[in-house]
Design a protein around this ligand. Structure first.
Ligand SMILES: Cc1cc2nc3c(=O)[nH]c(=O)nc-3n(C[C@H](O)[C@H](O)[C@H](O)COP(=O)(O)OP(=O)(O)OC[C@H]3O[C@@H](n4cnc5c(N)ncnc54)[C@H](O)[C@@H]3O)c2cc1C
Length: 469
């Protein structure tokens, strides 16, 4: 174990021994990302148990100009939670559900609460916290806020930005912004909480949030349907929206290749459709009325068959089967990871341009990179597709990503052409910084001005978002 530099040694001397660690195994567990793409290191992991302790830690780091990296569940996908010698502030001990106010339809939770726990607590109180994504067993509220996470229910409930009513954050100098309001109306000047949402830990440390809750639907129906192509998928979405009176709560595209990888690599996974169609969608309808979602699903799918938008469909017959269908979609990243390294593009375009974008990008990217194949899946209902380029053969390494670099540029150029975004929901981190700077120079200047105002000593995640020179 190497000795800490004097500034860090004097910080740890003033803290509870449970609030920090230099244990090599623990340091290592905070040094890698979920995808295995980024590896770094940290001399110290700080683990505040309260907002006051977090404030003490940040003030000390600020006084001595020590760079820090906030961490939640370390499931971020753009390299924004892998330290390169920054001190890590892990929120894992601040995981309390502080309050649930069912009449106000809100709950106040600490930043280290795991998403699944928050969903369960809301359900136990008879309410719904709708944010839902594949990493929900690990991702924490502070990380989800700092990346403005999306997931599979955005279509109906919005992204994290729309689900946060109030925020508590520690500023880099240790001051606490106490905004844990459950208000839906509060026009008292700038909405400062919004600055911290999607800031990737560059402006301050989120310590708690007041989140919106919703009534639980009385009925939910889930189906997987085969569609001829992405164009038909987009038309099917419109068809369902028109016929179900706002009941569509999720609409996820899964390419045949993505499904194949899930079935190949995830134990127990089996597609409910015969012959692995080229394109599938997972549809979820929900309703405030008992049994209504199932009735709507059957009627809408029937008319979709007649319109030629759907060629085959399987309707989940029980909650357990619905969960199996959802697992197929949520395990796409696992199947993809087991197949090998891929060049990942979490992009969005207006829903109306989704099919054209996918057609052009698939043709051009596969032609550009020998032996490549697109894995497309995701939240097509929000115009967001995870448009990844993988090697056809399993076992590709980092060299494939390097080989695919020209395709990445091409895909982002097509995103621009279709008025989209190069980061729909995962953020910028390290991964997309060069592209952000090249494509949005004015925005980057403004972000840097805001960063300088809130973090003049540049201690919060200095390499992330706009930090690399
Ligand atoms: C299998 C899988 C599926 C996924 N699916 C989706 C999806 O559908 N939609 C989606 O949007 N994302 C998805 N993600 C990405 C990921 O889950 C989200 O980015 C998530 O919001 C990160 O939360 P975390 O707690 O793991 O944060 P971390 O990875 O620990 O951190 C992410 C960023 O937030 C900062 N941060 C963390 N905590 C705080 C805090 N308390 N205060 C200030 N800054 C903080 C970090 O410094 C870093 O910049 C998926 C990831 C995986 C592995």
């Amino acid at each position: 174990m190497t000795a800490l530099p004097p500034a860090l040694a004097s910080l740890t001397a003033s803290l509870d021994p449970k609030s920090w660690s230099v244990d090599p195994a623990e340091l290592e567990s905070h040094a890698r990302d979920w995808r295995g793409r980024y590896a770094g290191g940290t001399p110290l992991v700080l683990k505040p148990a309260s907002t006051q302790e977090a404030a003490q830690m940040l003030a000390a780091c600020n006084d001595t100009r020590i760079a820090v990296m906030p961490q939640g569940g370390i499931t971020g996908l753009v390299g924004a939670s892998t330290p390169a010698n920054e001190v890590v502030i892990s929120m894992k001990r601040m995981n309390a559900i502080r309050d649930i106010d069912t009449a106000n339809e809100s709950m106040t939770v600490e930043a280290g609460a795991v998403l699944q726990t928050v969903q369960d607590a809301a359900r136990d109180a008879g309410k719904l916290f709708p944010l839902s994504l594949g990493a929900q067993g690990s991702a924490m509220i502070g990380g989800l806020i700092s990346t403005n996470a999306g997931g599979v229910q955005v279509l109906r409930y919005g992204m994290m930005r729309e689900l946060v009513l109030g925020l508590e954050a520690v500023l880099p100098d240790g001051r606490v912004l106490s905004g844990l309001s459950g208000l839906r109306k509060d026009n008292t000047g700038y909405d400062l909480k919004q600055l911290f949402i999607g800031a990737e830990g560059t402006l301050g440390l989120v310590t708690a949030a007041t989140l919106k809750l919703f009534p639980r639907p009385a009925s939910v129906s889930v189906a997987i349907a085969a569609v001829p192509d992405p164009e038909a998928a987009v038309s099917l979405l419109g068809h369902l929206k028109d016929r179900t009176g706002g009941a569509v709560s999720a609409f996820e595209l899964i390419s045949g290749f993505a499904m194949e990888l899930v079935c190949q690599h995830v134990p127990g996974a089996r597609s409910p459709l015969e012959g692995n169609p080229d394109w599938m969608v997972l549809i979820e309808l929900s309703s405030a009325e008992e049994e209504r979602a199932g009735i709507l699903m059957e009627t809408a799918l029937e008319s979709a068959f007649e319109a030629g938008l759907v060629s085959d469909a399987a309707l989940a017959q029980s909650d357990a089967q619905a969960a199996q269908f959802w697992a197929l979609r949520e395990n796409v990243p696992e199947g993809e990871k087991a197949h090998g390294k891929a060049a990942k593009h979490d992009v969005s375009v207006p829903v109306s341009r989704m099919a054209a974008f996918m057609r052009e990008a698939t043709q051009q990217a596969e032609a550009l990179v020998d032996g490549s194949r697109v894995i497309a899946f995701g939240h097509v209902g929000d115009g967001n597709v995870h448009f990844n380029l993988a090697a056809r053969e399993a076992g590709a390494g980092e060299d494939f990503i390097a080989r695919a670099a020209p395709a990445t540029r091409l895909i982002y150029d097509l995103v621009d052409k279709h008025h989209g975004s190069i980061s729909a929901e995962h953020g910028i981190g390290i991964l997309k910084q060069a592209e952000l700077k090249a494509r949005k120079p004015v925005e980057v200047e403004l972000m840097r001005a805001i960063k300088a105002a809130l973090d003049p000593n540049n201690i919060m995640n200095p390499r992330i978002l706009t930090g690399l020179t």
